[in-house]
Design a protein around this ligand. Structure first.
Ligand code: ADP
Ligand code: MG
Length: 550
């Protein structure tokens, strides 16, 4: 039989989705295979169909007992010989399953990575190993599980068996880490589009967020939703507050009794309760198609988590909402917590990811584009279904403003953060400013623009990639590959039109423009040097003839 025939006769579907077919072919050719496909995309079939076409046993490593049970039940309904082995079973149950495995009746066997049976794999007739939720093996993923590290023995135990690793959430670093830890041999890599077009992304300032939340829920009383909070205490108190407002709501977190947790989850799945106020402990493997909204009361620690969590909305393809209440105070708070067992590299990556999450909150450009680009997927600058695109931000020419910022950053040798750069631009008389910097040509060239306005201009430049921020606790502003074209006037910059255009001059700058152009010349020298190796450098249109002769 062909994969398509298996799909039709055993699973009752008419055609493959996304890259399923190509992935299945790769597995059938006994290649190690890495699959990145969004939640709900259909990863399970990528190993279930081959399992029915291959001679021996397919072993599926899966992190959650509940997940295993659901999958095995579904397979059995389709008449597939499948079972799982885990600690909830009696010795007799386990023996019965092993007997079937050894007699080669079994097609699929689900195992937890910490399972004692893992060591016995060598004695089973294994033709394929599938590692589901493979990001759990990586510290860089958002749901690291130490027991997954046992899987690095896989290739030693079963050197000739192909491995397929599947996940819905892994950036480039995590992907490489998964491939390395599982010791996949030049794997075929499949990455499907991550776009969830039916999810509308919105960010609101985290101020009076409870009132705002009530407003949001007002029109959604009949709908199912998940509200994520950072702490267990917060889930309990928010659930209680919402219950007081007559919402049908329950909390969920890992500190609750196991039975209670299971009960709450079950009630949510059956639509007996509409709102689950939960920590991130809630959600993995929950296949509930009609979740209409996911709200984050606190900032998630990275984009992977955020995308995974919001991805639980709208699995039925209908319009859904992803709403984040954002304040930079959350970032500062989370930065204070970070000390990953003295591992400097991990701390650095953690902080970087946190900053990337914060940037999402600050965006002035399309949120979907940012999310997709984060996962290295190209996307247009207008999606039409996020708060930014929907409010149709008005833009205006801001090339000179951008040049002022970039020139200040250059002259400060890319060693200072946003506030310092703004102080220099505005010619602040603060004692913090070093004397050398008061002498800079760009000192005070932006005195006519308020601090708030400069802050939003810099955010805008960061979002558009004309500037970058370094990692770490005290990020500094850096130039990017896109900066040079702006500095030399070869690229126009469109900035979001600001609402508050209050001129609050701090000091008079005489002959600002002449001064400014002369200043630019110094920078352009640097840019020119940097570009010296490049051919066909466009002319420096910003400079007057006089300053060029200087
Ligand atoms: P993932 O593990 O990627 O989150 P699943 O494997 O659980 O996704 O599949 C999600 C849903 O999509 C399931 O209900 C599954 O039966 C369905 N599905 C998967 N592939 C197909 C297909 N080719 N045609 C129709 N439905 C599919
Ligand atoms: Mg899955």
């Amino acid at each position: 039989m062909s994969p398509l025939e298996i799909l039709r006769t055993r699973f009752g579907y008419s055609s493959f989705r996304l890259e399923q077919e190509a992935i299945i072919q790769s597995v059938l050719q006994r290649k190690d295979t890495f699959v990145l496909m969004p939640t709900g995309g259909g990863k399970s079939l990528c190993y279930q169909v081959p399992a029915l076409l291959l001679d021996g046993l397919t072993v599926v490593i899966s992190p959650l007992i509940a997940l295993m049970k659901d999958q095995v039940d579904a397979l059995r309904l389709n008449g597939v010989q499948a079972a799982y082995l885990n600690s909830t079973q009696s010795g007799a149950e386990q023996d019965a399953i092993i007997t079937k495995v050894l007699s080669k009746e079994m097609k699929l066997l689900y195992l937890a990575p910490e399972s004692s049976f893992f060591r016995r794999l060598g004695s089973f007739n294994v033709s394929l190993v599938a590692v589901d939720e493979a990001h759990c093996i990586s510290h860089w993923g958002h749901d690291f599980r130490p027991e997954y590290l046992l899987l690095n023995q896989l290739k030693q135990t079963l050197p000739d068996v192909p491995v397929i690793a599947l996940t819905a959430t892994a950036d480039k670093v995590t992907q490489r880490d998964i491939i390395e830890k599982l010791a996949l041999r030049s794997p075929a890599v499949f990455v499907s589009s991550f776009n969830r077009a039916n999810i509308r992304y919105t960010v609101e300032p985290k101020k009076r967020s409870f009132e705002k939340l009530l407003g949001f829920l007002e029109t959604r009383k009949e709908e199912s939703g998940i509200i994520y909070c950072l702490s267990r205490v917060a889930t309990e108190s928010l659930a209680a507050d919402l219950a007081k407002e007559a919402f049908n709501v329950l909390p969920y977190h890992a500190g609750m009794e196991k039975e209670q947790r299971a009960r709450h989850q079950e009630m949510f799945l059956r639509d007996d309760v509409k709102i689950m106020v939960a920590t991130i402990a809630f959600g993995m493997g929950i296949d509930k198609s009609n979740v209409r909204y996911v709200v984050h009361m606190d900032l998630p620690k990275n984009i992977e988590s955020y995308y995974q969590e919001t991805g639980r909305a709208g699995r039925d393809g209908l319009e859904s909402e992803a709403l984040l209440y954002y304040t930079y105070a959350d970032v500062s708070k989370m930065k204070k917590f970070v000390e990953i067992e003295g591992n400097a590299e991990q701390t650095r990556i953690y902080l970087k990811k946190l900053d990337q999450m914060a940037t999402y909150g600050d965006l002035v450009t399309c949120r979907r584009q940012y999310l997709l680009n984060y996962f290295d997927e190209p996307a247009p600058s207008y999606c039409g279904n996020c708060d930014i695109c929907l409010t149709q931000v008005e833009r205006e020419e801001g090339t000179v403003q951008a040049q002022k910022v970039l020139s200040a950053v250059t002259r400060l040798q890319e060693r200072f953060g946003t506030n310092y750069v703004i102080d220099v631009l505005r010619g602040s008389n603060s004692a913090k400013i070093m004397d050398d910097h008061r002498a800079l040509k760009t000192f005070g060239v932006g005195a006519d623009t308020s601090k708030e306005e400069w802050t939003s201009i810099i955010r805008d430049l960061l979002a558009q990639g004309y500037l970058a921020k370094s990692d770490g606790t005290y990020p500094v502003l850096k130039l990017t590959a896109k900066s040079a074209a702006v500095l030399r006037g070869a690229e126009r910059v469109m900035l979001v039109r600001s609402k508050e255009k209050l001129p609050t001059p701090m000091m008079q700058v005489s002959e600002q423009s002449a001064d400014y152009e002369a200043g630019l010349f110094m920078i352009l020298k640097k840019v020119r040097t940097a570009l010296a190796q490049e051919e066909n450098v466009p002319p420096y249109v910003v400079l007057s003839d006089a300053s060029l002769r200087e």
